[in-house]
Design a protein. Structure first.
Length: 351
């Protein structure tokens, strides 16, 4: 008698929770690898003509790990682009690597878009691009390639954009990992499976059990009706706070991992123009530290101004991020539970 109910809730558990959550962890790990790779490659030397000439003279097939800030010059074939830097041009092989686009506007979660090369319809000559990774030599020509142990990073952005590193770290994450492609497919399959259970067993079970099966299928949309809708908005608020905290944590740790100079700012001293300011919580007065690149002429260099000790602040906002995430999950779960109980009570009353 209860087998259809068990089947419906088992399908809801698998298709509405387990598969989407697994997809969310996969998406979060993917963006984490992107940010870690960006941080690592930001320390690679800038590609110069002398590096290419030395590798060619020595007969090496690989010149090493480099980065290049430049603009798109031309396409070669269907999977390669020429990038012109300040003193050297190089080919970028995108046959196996995704292409990232930094949207103009605030650097926030979701502002970096990941697109496969096959989905790119066109690229405008003169578009700013940052490329970093393994540089190979093919007939004396420098080519950035994607290798299993050396993933290629290629990011299109507004030409001449400043503070690109912090923008990539801040924007290189999904605004909501749960809402991903596997989740969309899984939710559709779950709805189809539970609908099949309801059609197959519905006529032979009590109305109360039919109501439970129906509500199991409607779980994804239950939070969008009052009174649970209020809790859904609470969930969204906590989720945004947690996301902002994780972004702040990564930005606070960024200058600690870079090859930079560190010194305290004197009272009244103005930090360099265009510095990335990472402040302490409102109302807290802390010493102000300036982190500057050892090579200010580097187009990828960035100065950071931090109120307080970055590692201490990073640990603090990391704890906050965990609490916000827990509060968001609790709010979302309560939104479903409250509306489920209310809908079931109405079903029993009407029937």
């Amino acid at each position: 008698m209860l087998l259809p109910v068990y089947a419906a809730f088992a399908a809801a558990l698998v298709f509405y929770l387990l598969i989407p959550v697994a997809g969310a962890f996969r998406l979060r790990a993917q963006w984490r690898r992107f940010r870690e790779r960006v941080e690592l490659l930001s320390l690679a030397p800038l590609l110069r003509y002398g590096d290419v000439a030395a590798a060619a003279r020595e007969g090496r097939k690989e010149a090493g790990r480099f980065r290049l800030h430049g603009t798109i010059e031309a396409l070669e074939g269907t999977e390669r682009v020429w990038v012109r830097g300040e003193s050297v041009s190089a080919l970028v092989d995108l046959s196996r690597a995704p292409l990232y686009f930094a949207a103009p506007g605030p650097a926030e979660a979701g502002s970096i878009e990941r697109i496969s090369w096959s989905s790119v319809s066109s690229l405008v000559e003169g578009t700013g691009i940052f490329v970093a990774g393994l540089l190979a030599l093919e007939a004396g020509r420098p080519v950035f390639v994607d290798a299993p142990e050396e993933p290629l990073i290629a990011v299109c952005h507004a030409a001449g954009e400043r503070r690109l590193l912090s923008r990539l770290i801040a924007g290189g994450r999904a605004s909501n990992e749960y809402w991903n492609y596997p989740a969309v497919i899984s939710l559709s399959l779950g709805l189809a499976a539970i609908s099949g259970v309801l059609l197959l067993f519905g006529p032979s079970v009590f109305s109360t059990l039919r109501g439970l099966i129906f509500l199991a299928g409607a779980l994804p949309i239950l939070p969008f009706a009052p009174p649970g809708l209020a809790l859904f908005f609470v969930y969204r608020r906590f989720w945004r706070l947690g996301l902002a905290s994780r972004t702040t944590r990564d930005l606070l740790r960024l200058p600690l991992r870079q090859s930079v100079k560190r010194r305290a700012l004197a009272e009244g001293e103005v930090p360099p123009e265009g510095s990335t300011w990472l402040g302490a919580p409102e109302g807290e007065k802390r010493s102000i530290t300036l982190f500057t690149a050892r090579n200010p002429g580097d187009p990828g260099s960035e100065a950071f101004v931090v109120e307080g000790d970055p590692e201490t602040l990073a640990r603090r906002v990391e704890r906050k991020a965990f609490l916000y995430a827990a509060a968001a999950g609790l709010s979302f779960g309560l939104a479903i539970l409250v509306n489920f109980a209310l809908a079931f009570a109405i079903w029993r009353f009407v029937l």
